[in-house]
Design a protein around this ligand. Structure first.
Ligand SMILES: Cc1cc2nc3c(=O)[nH]c(=O)nc-3n(C[C@H](O)[C@H](O)[C@H](O)COP(=O)(O)O)c2cc1C
Length: 333
């Protein structure tokens, strides 16, 4: 089985773009320096100069290639232009249609296109427009969740779908260690995309209280309580914090738009008010009632016992995966 690299990267380990700004230059550079694919996250509004700045700052921290994630549900055309101008290695796309024109434009700029999908149908569309790899997100995943299928059934179906085409499949959802990585390889994936594990690193831009909760709490839930007004129809997997448990049955006519302001954050250089039930996780700049803010996490969070340097996450997983694969082979002979 191949624990080797994908898309020209040394290893098949991807750090998910973590919105709104949690996978910033420090985290992405640390992942790149360790041989993985780190993905910055573009703002949810047009801000091409800021996107350029973000990319250039990351380039001062690493000489290795990296990428940028864009959520297509929000304004993005100018941001994508800036990303292609800056010639990052990978443009990651989520929550919207990845068109053939966009893939061609990116390829002309020398940028690889990697959408994240949550269903077989979406994977089919992505494969048909010539993307370079597909991230398959299972329902186990932290953050917004596109589909209903688990990785164990969805990944092999997508692997069969792209059989014979040069499109590596990358599994995302609930994977935090070598066991998850090797399991994904066994399903036919060539890489894994980790969100929650990289959220719980020293370099992530998450608020310290959020990081502490990732270590302390073990359970998550699939919900639609947060961010209903700003991003309707976008369910999420969140940590079962005391705040969430108090409000998990929020009536469907309620949303964040008329709720009290519970804090403030600077997000991609802009100061924002955070209302109760907003879909915005607390970052390092956030002040106010942090414990009452949404905290996204995947089902693997119960396996996270410590905050690690991001540069350690990758070699730990790769080394343990090599041993695991070797042991399985030995046992079988
Ligand atoms: C805090 C957080 C923010 C996320 N933001 C994004 C995003 O902006 N774009 C995206 O494609 N995926 C986003 N995701 C989802 C990841 O791409 C990925 O599917 C997920 O993290 C995998 O599951 P895991 O968290 O169990 O590793 C986010 C996940 C988390 C935990």
């Amino acid at each position: 089985m191949g624990w080797r690299g994908i898309l020209g990267f040394e290893y098949g380990i991807v750090c998910a773009p973590l919105g709104p700004d949690i996978s910033g230059p420090q985290l992405v550079a640390a992942v790149a320096n360790a041989g993985g694919l780190g993905l910055l996250r573009a703002p949810d509004w047009e801000s091409p100069d800021y996107v350029r700045e973000l990319i250039r700052k990351t380039k001062t921290l690493t000489n290795k290639p990296f990428g940028v994630g864009v959520v297509l549900a929000f304004p993005h055309k100018e941001n994508i232009k800036a990303i292609l101008d800056e010639k990052v290695a990978v443009l990651q796309l989520y929550w919207g249609e990845c068109s053939e024109d966009l893939v061609l434009e990116a390829h002309q700029a020398g940028v690889k296109v990697v959408p994240q999908v949550g269903s077989f149908e979406e994977a089919k569309k992505a494969a048909a427009v010539g993307v370079d790899a597909i991230i398959v997100q299972g329902r186990e995943a932290g953050g917004h969740v596109m589909g209903q299928d688990s990785l164990i059934s969805l990944v092999p179906r997508v692997v069969d779908l792209v059989h014979g085409k040069d499109i590596p499949i990358i599994a995302a959802g609930g994977i935090v260690d070598a066991r998850g990585y090797v399991a994904a390889l066994a399903l036919g994936a060539q890489g894994v995309c980790l969100g929650t594990r990289f959220l719980a690193t020293e370099e992530s831009f998450a608020h310290p209280t959020y990081k502490r909760k990732l270590v302390e709490l073990e359970a998550t839930e699939y919900t639609e309580v947060f961010g209903r007004a700003r991003w309707p129809g976008a369910p999420q997997r969140v940590l079962k914090t005391p705040f969430f448990m108090d409000w998990r049955d929020l009536p469907s006519n309620e949303n964040e738009s008329n709720q009290p302001i519970i804090g403030r954050s600077t997000i991609h250089g802009i100061e924002k008010e955070i209302r109760r039930f907003a879909g915005t996780v607390p970052n390092v700049t956030t002040t106010g009632d942090i414990e009452s803010m949404v905290m996204y996490a995947g089902q693997g969070v119960g396996l996270i016992k410590e905050i690690l340097p991001a540069g350690e996450v990758i070699p730990r997983i790769v080394k343990a995966a090599q041993i695991l694969i070797q042991q399985q082979l030995d046992n079988g002979s």
